[in-house]
Design a protein around this ligand. Sequence first.
Ligand SMILES: Nc1ncnc2c1ncn2[C@@H]1O[C@H](COP(=O)(O)OP(=O)(O)OP(=O)(O)O)[C@@H](O)[C@H]1O
Ligand SMILES: [Mg+2]
Length: 284
Amino acid sequence: MTGAGRAGEPARSTIEGKLMYPMIKIEGVRHAYQTPTGPLPVLDGLEMSLDEGGFVAVVGPSGCGKSTLTRLVSGLMKPDEGRVMLHGEVVAGPRSTVGMAFQNPVLLEWRSILQNVMLPLEIVSNSLSKSDRVERARYLLSLVGLEGFEDKRPSELSGGMRQRASLCRALVHKPEVLILDEPFGALDAFTREDLWQTMHKVKEQEPFTGVLITHDLREAIFLANQVIVLSGRPARTQYVLDVPDTGPRDLEHLYTPEAAEMLATLRHQIEIAQGRASLDQEVA
Ligand SMILES: Nc1ncnc2c1ncn2[C@@H]1O[C@H](COP(=O)(O)OP(=O)(O)OP(=O)(O)O)[C@@H](O)[C@H]1O
Ligand SMILES: [Mg+2]
């Protein structure tokens, strides 16, 4: 049962009398960067609601404000206007309950792969003993297919393997929210598809709420259960697509008529966002 919250309160639902807030809620967010030539409006009317365990993919024209959105959700930045909430609580600063992985994995060359994955456990205060930390990092590395590479240095791994290690590092402290900013963007098509399947396997084993920034629409519908299209800068939420849950996903699913229809819809929305098609066409 969903109830509109009182004025000023986030929308919430009630299950057996217990208040349930969305894991991520973004309301009316506006933000401008201050630059030497004046303010640069980047976000202007961003809305998002994602339940716990959900996975949202965010797509939109280059430079529209997608990475800015990740900084707001992780608490690295505050919006000029509006609210970003995790579990109904306004994000007021950096959160250790958020894990992040980027296009460039930035692994430390002087540490082994195992030590790189364990790094967040050394930074975030937690009660794990050294042996538990090692066990957790080894478990994640085996989950993504990197068993046997624990003692290698980052430069000894391929790009896809480094990205797998980076994913383990982002997950090692069991974050509630995992933010992925174009994590597969620099990889070749086959390696990328391999990693999509790895992501599904990881999501089955490790509970998290995911935010994926991507330029790849196939990646968006393969991994996410909701796709948000942002308009051109300053970005607002232009379109939200719910991806039906069709059970375990395999790559074949991307070639079904349902997938083709979703991809066509998203492609059209991106064209609108880029100013190459008009909303009138959409209505017609
Ligand atoms: N710290 C900053 N100061 C000033 N301008 C910034 C800053 N960070 C980003 N911008 C500008 O804000 C706009 C949005 O940047 P952002 O990185 O969020 O876009 P993006 O959608 O992630 O782009 P891409 O798809 O190319 O990664 C861009 O025009 C960028 O130049
Ligand atoms: Mg970006």
